[in-house]
Design a protein around this ligand. Structure first.
Ligand code: GDP
Length: 192
């Protein structure tokens, strides 16, 4: 497993750490399983905070994972109770990172297998496409579907709305897909 540690938390662009190695950003609705996926990839059960209260993760968190990559945990979106002003502030912070960060090599957009694309996810994907940010979709919680048929249907439904996007089925619970997602990451992160 990679050696992993928390590097920094930023609530303003000025607080982003100086760029060093390639960065992989994780984006998704609250509760989609983002913290669990980051922890599973890093092999560290408590690296990213798994919140039972949606809305706890309001900053961009940077984690060093091994010597060659930094994971960037972007604040989850789609919280019902958040004010317009707060939502605008997050958008500004996330866009500041996604638009200008030179080290950003890959965005991993997370979708729950049982929910697929929701409006905010599609908006984000179009935005990434428009700004030519390389991205893949991690399909989370695949242990929650009843059988292979349901899994296949779920993946097909997701693929229908985004035929060109690479899908990485994933379960933090069983560890399914961890190795494949790492392969996808290395494929997109240039070797130094
Ligand atoms: P985040 O809000 O996107 O960071 O989501 P979390 O990682 O905190 O997960 C939200 C909830 O989903 C928690 O109760 C997790 O235990 C659960 N969860 C996350 N990933 C999985 C998974 O792969 N399988 C199952 N069954 N539950 C998961």
């Amino acid at each position: 497993m990679e050696d992993a540690c928390f590097l920094r938390s930023a609530t303003r662009p000025e607080e982003f750490p100086p760029g060093s190695v390639a960065e992989v950003a994780f984006l998704g609705r609250s509760n989609v399983g983002k913290s669990s996926l980051i922890n599973a990839l890093a092999g560290r059960p408590r690296l990213a905070y798994i919140s039972s209260t949606p809305g706890r993760t309001r900053s961009i968190n940077f984690y060093r994972v091994g010597g060659k990559v930094i994971f960037v945990d972007l604040p989850g979106y789609g919280y019902a109770q958040v004010s317009k002003a707060e939502a605008a502030r997050w958008k500004h912070l996330i866009e500041a990172y996604l638009l200008h960060r030179r080290e950003l090599a890959l965005c991993i957009l997370l979708l729950d297998i049982r929910r697929g694309w929701m409006e905010k996810d599609l908006e984000l994907r179009h935005w990434l496409e428009f700004h030519k940010r390389r991205h893949v979709v991690a399909v989370t919680k695949i242990d929650k579907v009843k059988n292979q048929t349901e899994l296949r249907r779920g993946l097909e439904a997701i693929r229908r709305q985004a035929p060109d996007v690479e899908l990485a089925p994933f379960s933090a619970l069983t560890g399914q897909g961890v190795r494949e997602l790492w392969q996808t990451i290395w494929k997109n992160v240039k070797a130094p």
